[in-house]
Design a protein around this ligand. Structure first.
Ligand SMILES: Nc1ncnc2c1ncn2[C@@H]1O[C@H](COP(=O)(O)OP(=O)(O)O)[C@@H](O)[C@H]1O
Ligand SMILES: [Mg+2]
Length: 230
């Protein structure tokens, strides 16, 4: 459902990601790993159209969306949760959700569905998002993305900087979500254990290039560690 073909992208004239080929099937979870600075976030930005492709193509559901603006890609079914638990800090958690839900036919029901998924948020709806913990803000950010009813959920390091007990909760929610069907997940994740457990296939980026990729079977961890060690 998502296919990156020979994608090169970066900032200004300097390429950061070089000729990446990547594919995600329907209902598939795919992990992208790599050290800091490898180009993971840059790759995601090009997938959602926040930066242009310098070369190559982004194909979504069989359509070439390479030249399309971000809002069109979101309308087509992509949802992007950026790195760093970003929310509107001065708004309440509830307002953060309503901002996306308002104007949608099933707005109310969609908020309810996300609160079932993240029950911890129910008691926090009146609290200013900026005052929530990192884990709570991450859950809020994912909930907000899901209100758009995406078919591809793009998560950039959802467990980064979050207390271990909440990490486990977020991990199991993402795994559950993927099992529900109708949703593919592109997961950028530094925790190898989670990245390999949640996904059926993985890619390792090194200096903006695919250093290793394959199924997340028994030998995957060794291959990933090798690809990341160099
Ligand atoms: N806005 C930007 N402008 C210029 N260079 C950037 C920008 N953001 C990231 N970079 C550079 O791109 C490279 C890859 O960064 P990034 O995609 O954030 O890596 P990762 O997410 O894998 O840690 C780094 O060398 C970084 O310095
Ligand atoms: Mg990053």
């Amino acid at each position: 459902m998502l296919r990156l073909h020979d994608l090169t992208c970066g900032y200004g004239r300097s390429a950061v990601v070089h000729g990446v080929d990547l594919e995600i099937g329907a209902d598939e979870v795919v992990s992208v790993m790599g050290h800091n600075g490898a180009g993971k976030t840059t790759l995601l930005r090009a997938v959602v159209g926040l930066i242009p492709a310098m070369k190559g193509a982004v194909e979504f559901d069989g359509a070439d969306v390479t030249g399309r603006p971000t809002n069109k890609r979101v309308k087509a079914g992509m949802a992007y949760v950026p790195q760093g638990q970003q929310c509107f800090a001065h708004l309440t958690a509830g307002e953060n959700l309503r901002l996306v839900a308002d104007g949608r036919k099933r707005g109310r029901a969609l908020i309810d569905e996300q609160l079932d998924l993240f029950p911890a948020l129910r008691g926090l709806l009146g609290r200013q998002a900026g005052l929530l913990s990192g884990g709570q803000r991450q859950q809020l950010a994912i909930a907000r993305a899901l209100i758009t009813e995406p078919r591809l959920l793009i998560l950039d390091e959802p467990t980064e900087g979050i207390q271990p007990n909440v990490v486990a909760e977020i991990e199991s929610t993402i795994v559950d979500l993927a099992k529900r069907g109708g949703l593919s997940v592109l997961l950028v994740e530094q925790h190898l254990g989670f990245a390999l457990q949640a996904a059926s296939r993985y890619y390792v980026l090194r200096s903006g290039r695919v250093a290793s990729s394959g199924p997340t079977g028994t030998e995957a961890e060794t291959r990933v560690r090798e690809a990341m060690a160099i």
